[in-house]
Design a binder for this molecule. Sequence first.
Ligand code: AMP
Ligand code: MN
Ligand code: MN
Length: 317
Amino acid sequence: MIVTLSETAAILASAQRVVITAHENPDGDAIGSSLGLMHMLRSLGKEACVLLDDDIPAIFSVLPGYDIIRRPDEKEPVEADLLVVLDTSTDRTGCTLAAVKAEHLLNIDHHQTNDNSAEYTYVAPGRAATAEIIYDLTRELPVKLTKDMAVCIYTGLATDSGFFRFSNTTSHTMRAAAEMLDHGVTPNVISEALEQKPYQTVRDIGEAIEMAELFADGHAAGIFLDEATTARMKSTESFIGMIRVIEGVDIAVVMKAKEKELCRVSMRSKGIDVSKIALQFGGGGHTRAAGCTLLMPFEDAKRTICEAISKAIWENK
Ligand code: AMP
Ligand code: MN
Ligand code: MN
């Protein structure tokens, strides 16, 4: 059931014990919006915790509350009044739904592909980040912004908007960020922490750029990592940004073989709706940033995604 922002605030206000979760492979928005909401609910005197069913990259240790994020455990289910799923539909949350016995389920998201499968769903595709919705909620509830909330919300805003450069950045995004600065955020402290990379990761970026391929007559660029390469490279998040900028490229793709028949795909575009390509394979996302998982061997997955991307490019010419 779709709910409004004020109904979302009312649902949060009426719960006392709240568990917050977000998508697997969590990014700055998943973690930032989760911790931001946790600090906000705690300031209102509620019991709130964050459970994420994945490893949390160490760069996010700059976020207050990073150390208290736990993994859900199906063998020891947690009881709660409300489970809040952030920055995804309810499906990409690992075992969290099974590990939390909650009376109510609320989903807050900014993805246009949200499947509206939760008991209550609030989706705002016009917001650059789920953290921007958490900011909106601070104005609906009797919350006094603290530095902890501001750092978490700012991180979500900044990471999902490419530090306020992507097309999803609005004046509202920047006003929200400005308010976070008024509450103690120092932008360079956060960006420097998030940009930190181990020496080996920088070398891996060099190797990945060497592997980049052009296809669809130069309108698409891809980096395709087989299982051995994926296992060897610890952090691959920055690869897609490196090939997105190639002149003439409309769609960039990075595909990683995680298992023998499981490949994770990330796509970025300069306008063509890549969420439609992702949806064809059960994934989702935004017009200019989307992803999906292909349950096939590396070579088949590579051929399948390249064909789908090429088709989308020719249809848009
Ligand atoms: P990524 O390439 O992983 O940064 O993801 C780009 C966008 O697509 C993000 O907003 C993700 O939440 C979304 N996305 C990525 N993979 C999936 C998936 N398998 N299902 C649904 N949405 C996805
Ligand atoms: Mn996300
Ligand atoms: Mn997001």
